[in-house]
Design a protein around this ligand. Structure first.
Ligand code: ZN
Length: 180
């Protein structure tokens, strides 16, 4: 009889343990991408619009090397290599450096240039600067909040704007509508 009671207790105990195990495995899934990718970046926010004045010296300590090289030193990723070049999920694009909103997926179009392209930007998200480097006259697109380099804008885009924002995937963070 004692043996049976012991067995029942053991079964109950084991059931509780396995229940706990399930709970534990669920916890990491509840964390968002934002928490994991930007946990070392105290300036990253998708709601705070306050202008940032952070030195490159500090950004270098915070950002992954690839993001720093493109966003802070205006390098360009190789064409046809970026993760958002051939990508058509529905959602929002944010600055990879500071989290500022930049584009909506509905303004993205299939461009053949090799970089993710948009015909319209969030007016509150981007600013512009004349760029005469590399023997070309271009207009550089910057994040309005943190002044990071995003790419360039050209006037050969599709309707309705005729504008082509040619962006680096590395400069962008994507949040799918389905994951909101
Ligand atoms: Zn930014």
């Amino acid at each position: 009889m004692k043996k049976i009671v012991f067995l029942i207790l053991m079964t109950l105990f084991l059931q509780q343990c396995s229940q706990k195990k399930v709970d534990l495995t669920k916890q990491p899934e509840q964390k968002t991408m934002e928490d994991n990718t930007h946990k070392n970046n105290p300036y990253y926010s998708r709601t705070d619009k306050t202008k940032l004045t952070v030195s490159n010296e500090e950004w270098k300590k915070i950002l992954p090397a690839e993001v720093y090289a493109i966003s802070r030193e205006a390098n360009t990723e190789y064409p046809f290599t970026g993760k958002y070049n051939e990508f058509d999920e529905l959602g929002e694009y944010y600055c990879a450096v500071c989290g500022n909103h930049l584009f909506r997926s509905s303004s993205k179009f299939a461009s053949t240039c090799g970089w993710p392209s948009f015909f319209e930007a969030d007016k509150e998200g981007v600013s512009y600067k004349r760029d005469s480097t590399h023997g070309m006259e271009r207009i550089e697109v910057l994040c309005k909040r943190c002044d990071s380099h995003l790419g360039h804008v050209f006037n050969d885009g599709p309707p309705p704007t005729g504008t082509r924002f040619c962006m680096n995937s590395v400069s962008l963070d994507f949040q799918a509508d389905s994951k909101k």
